[in-house]
Design a protein around this ligand. Structure first.
Ligand code: FAD
Length: 467
């Protein structure tokens, strides 16, 4: 019936954006309702995204590094892959986190309403729950409905040998021959996993590099290492996927414009994600949604309807969990009457491949495109004692500076743990640090973090030893 629930702040969707916003609003004294169609909280990131993929990537790294140890005098037997055991462990990691969220919601007295929600007016949402349709009214609302994988019209998505990232995370089964369509972050991470688990993987990417968005020189060490393990076709466009008895026949136009085809046992389609903005009857609340399904917001995360906010994947690129979390805090704080706006200078991107690739701020490609004058400091990990000790010296740390004042405006790192290392660069940019600040900060030796310090010294010309 009507008036089933009323929240001062109602959050639609419980991904990293949604749960962060709900918890923050509750901490600021608001009566909060969180609507989620799934029985667990956490959205894509916790259930079928960041976390389960990282659990599998960890296992993959153990396998490949163990294999490579034979070059350093230590040999192990061939790994016995028990897909069920690995899946169970991955699911237990996810379970711990989603269970933790449920506890945190309870602690804060956030009411969770399970079911699919759609707007019915500027202050109301109807939720289809297992217990009938409920009406949730609100003073303010935060839309955090996220995104779903893009499907391609010429791919038989109803064939169970064709999977999206969610299906790929199930490892059911690990195929002999796998095709990964799309060499972006998600595609390449999953390619890394399936390769380590024993599949023969082929990645087909339309652009002229994997991980489009990152500078080519930064991607190269990853590409080189993985080319020794799997097949990568660049500048190649898949034109047809035919479901046959013996497998999926994939046809593509290669970099020379010639038609190629091959039969695979499994195919992962990872060609991007599309926002869920069009599926919530936003127009009934007066909220504008773009043709592509995005909801536009201002720096306060407000939509065109001032008491309705939007955050996360549904407001645009980059579709990353840490961006959603940050926006969730901004929206909740603004909703609670605090002075807050989204004013982050950079949002780091990371591919948790092996080696990892991480970048933030201005890239060289962007600088060229915009005619921006930059200078750089580059430190090759072949000169890092720690990287060499790890047997992983293929990495590189690059800092981009504004030549006017030597301030750091961008950075990119490829190498083991690059995803952790990039935070220092992000902090430097947020703090307005310059090359001297990074060069004069004492970094512990021997660490990979020193490479940030060395890259700044390379730029300044003050480096003395490469160790
Ligand atoms: P989502 O996480 O998409 O959550 C939206 C939630 O809203 C979902 O739970 C959905 O069920 C619910 N919902 C939607 N519509 C309704 C409705 N009408 N009623 C009720 N509930 C609704 N990002 C990173 O930063 N790092 C990573 O390592 C990373 N790895 C990834 C790996 C994979 C395989 C994938 C697919 C994504 C990965 N991402 C990663 C991206 C990250 O998952 C997303 O950016 C993030 O989850 C977006 O958060 P969100 O809050 O916008 O929404």
């Amino acid at each position: 019936g009507s008036g089933d629930y009323h929240g001062e702040v109602v959050v639609l969707g419980s991904g990293p954006g949604g749960y962060t916003a709900a918890f923050r609003a509750a901490d600021l004294g608001k009566k909060v309702i969180l609507i989620e169609k799934y029985s667990t909280l956490g959205g894509v990131c916790l259930n079928v995204g960041c976390i389960p993929s990282k659990a599998l990537l960890h296992a993959s790294k153990v396998i490949t590094e163990t294999e490579e140890m034979s070059e350093h005098g230590i040999s192990f037997g061939k790994p016995k892959v028990d897909a069920d055991g690995l899946r169970e462990w991955k699911n237990s990691v996810v379970g711990k986190l989603t269970g933790g969220l449920a506890g945190m919601a309870k602690q804060r007295k956030v009411t969770v309403v399970e079911g699919y929600g759609r707007f019915t007016g500027a202050n109301s949402i109807e939720v289809e729950t297992g217990d009938g349709t409920k009406t949730v009214t609100f003073d303010q609302c935060i839309i955090a409905v996220g995104s779903v994988p893009v499907e391609l019209p010429f791919v038989p998505h109803d064939d169970d040998r064709v999977v999206d990232s969610t299906g790929a995370l199930e490892l059911n089964p690990i195929p002999k021959k796998m095709c990964v369509l799309g060499g972006g972050i998600i595609g390449f991470e999953m390619a890394t996993v399936y390769d380590a688990l024993g599949a023969e993987v082929t990645v087909i990417e339309m652009m002229d590099q994997i991980l489009p968005g990152a500078d080519k020189d930064i991607v190269k060490p990853l590409q080189k290492r993985m080319e020794g393990r799997l097949t990568i076709h660049l500048k190649s466009k898949v034109t047809e996927v035919k479901a046959q008895k013996n497998g999926l026949k994939v046809t593509w136009e290669d970099d020379k414009g010639e038609s190629q085809s091959q039969v695979f046992d499994k195919m992962l389609v990872s060609v991007g994600r599309t926002p869920n903005g069009k599926k919530i009857d936003a127009d009934k609340a007066g909220v504008k949604v773009t043709d592509r399904g995005f909801i536009e917001v201002d720096e306060f995360q407000k939509t065109n309807v001032p008491h309705i906010f939007a955050i996360g994947d549904v407001v645009g690129q980059p579709m990353l969990a840490h961006k959603a979390v940050h926006e969730g805090k901004v929206a909740a704080e603004v909703a609670a009457g605090e002075k807050r706006a989204f004013d982050a200078r950079v949002i780091p991107s990371v591919a948790y491949t092996d080696p990892e690739v991480a970048w933030c701020g201005v890239t060289e490609a962007q600088a060229r495109e915009k005619g921006l004058k930059i200078e750089k400091g580059v430190f090759p990990w072949a000169a890092s004692g720690r990287a060499l000790s790890n047997g992983r010296s293929e990495g590189m740390t690059k800092l981009i500076f504004d030549p006017e004042d030597d301030r750091v405006i961008g950075g990119a790192i490829v190498g083991t743990n690059a995803g952790d290392l990039i935070s220092e660069v992000a902090l430097a940019i947020e703090m307005g640090a310059d090359a001297v600040d990074l060069g004069h900060t004492i970094h512990p030796h021997p660490t990979l973090s020193e490479t940030v310090n060395f890259a700044a010294e390379m730029f300044e010309g003050t480096i003395t030893d490469l160790v």
